[in-house]
Design a protein around this ligand. Structure first.
Ligand code: PSU
Ligand code: MN
Length: 289
């Protein structure tokens, strides 16, 4: 059975307790029900694990984020040397999953290029993009949140040779909203088509990953114009608080969830479940020759 990796930063820093724990178990169940094998990735006592036990998932979900660190690529040697627990970002999850022989990964939103507050491009670029450029995994996501500079994020992916597939869409999704208005490289309507493009990439020996962007289910969508004021407010508060580096994304995620209430949580949970389903379908298609 093909394995599908799942990240743990979304559990520890992206969703409130106990919805996060329920969702983590639910995503695993959805993947199993659709014929694939889930492997939630994280760090327990300094050990990098692809396939956390239900107890280990609970340990990462139930600990407050002050105690369990958000672990990206640069943090891996620290948590290993100090035998710490850690919740892995998209970047760190990709790296660990690849070492474990996994080719597929389902998540919610990827990190990207942040919006610049000064003239000119932002220097805050998520390590997720670098990882997509070099680590061979299919990452299924709902695009990237509009807290980011989406045109710059897509430019970065283009520069680094990362193919961006729209799943049933010609437009790159913006997480809560089904469309960012920006084009994807190709639209695939079936898991089989995604599997074919992945096989071609492997046959050509092209390095790096591929992004499959799936729009949030229609009934849970929040139109871009409705969420933009809250995004603006969260960005301004983040700037005023002087937050930097790895603290920026968790702060913005939490603040937007607070400002938009249950609606954004509902959309977030719905798109994560949906992405688990799509990733499992791609896993099954990869098994067929
Ligand atoms: N975007 C979301 N939800 C998330 C994240 C991003 O909509 O949970 C998390 C993911 O784990 C992602 C990380 O890998 O934030 C990116 O953080 P940074 O921007 O600091 O690289
Ligand atoms: Mn950053």
């Amino acid at each position: 059975m093909t394995r599908v990796a799942l990240e743990s930063t979304v559990i520890s820093h992206g969703l409130p307790y106990p919805d996060n724990l329920k969702l983590a178990h639910e995503m695993e169940r959805i993947i199993r029900d659709h014929g694939a094998d889930p492997a939630t990735v994280g760090v327990i006592g300094g050990e990098l694990i692809a396939g956390l036990s239900p107890q280990q998932i609970e340990r990462l979900a139930a600990t407050s984020e002050r105690q369990v660190g958000k672990v990206s690529r640069r943090d891996l040697p620290i948590v290993v040397a100090r035998k710490l627990d850690g919740a892995t970002t998209v970047a760190a999850t990709m790296w660990i999953a690849h070492r474990a022989g996994i080719e597929l990964f389902a998540t919610g939103g990827i990190g990207g290029v942040h919006r610049s507050r000064e003239p000119g491009p932002s220097t805050d670029v998520s390590a997720d993009l670098q990882e997509l450029a070099q680590t061979p995994l299919i990452v299924v996501c709902a695009g990237a949140k509009a807290i980011l500079d989406l045109p710059a994020t897509l430019e970065y992916l283009e520069t680094h040779g990362v193919t961006v597939i729209g799943y049933g869409t010609e437009a790159f999704p913006a997480f809560y909203s089904r469309s960012s208005g920006l084009p994807v490289d190709v639209c695939c309507n079936t898991a089989q088509e995604v599997a074919e493009i992945w096989r071609a990439k492997r046959a050509l020996d092209l390095k790096g990953g591929m992004l499959v962007a799936v729009p949030v289910p229609e009934e849970d969508e929040i139109p871009a114009a409705q969420i933009e004021p809250q995004i603006e407010q969260a960005l301004a508060e983040c700037e005023a608080a002087g937050l930097r580096s790895a603290d920026v994304t968790p702060y913005l995620l939490r603040r937007i969830a607070e400002l938009t209430g249950d609606r954004s949580l509902r959309a977030n949970l719905a798109l994560l479940r949906n992405n688990a389903r799509v990733a499992a379908a791609i896993a099954v298609a990869l098994e067929r020759k």
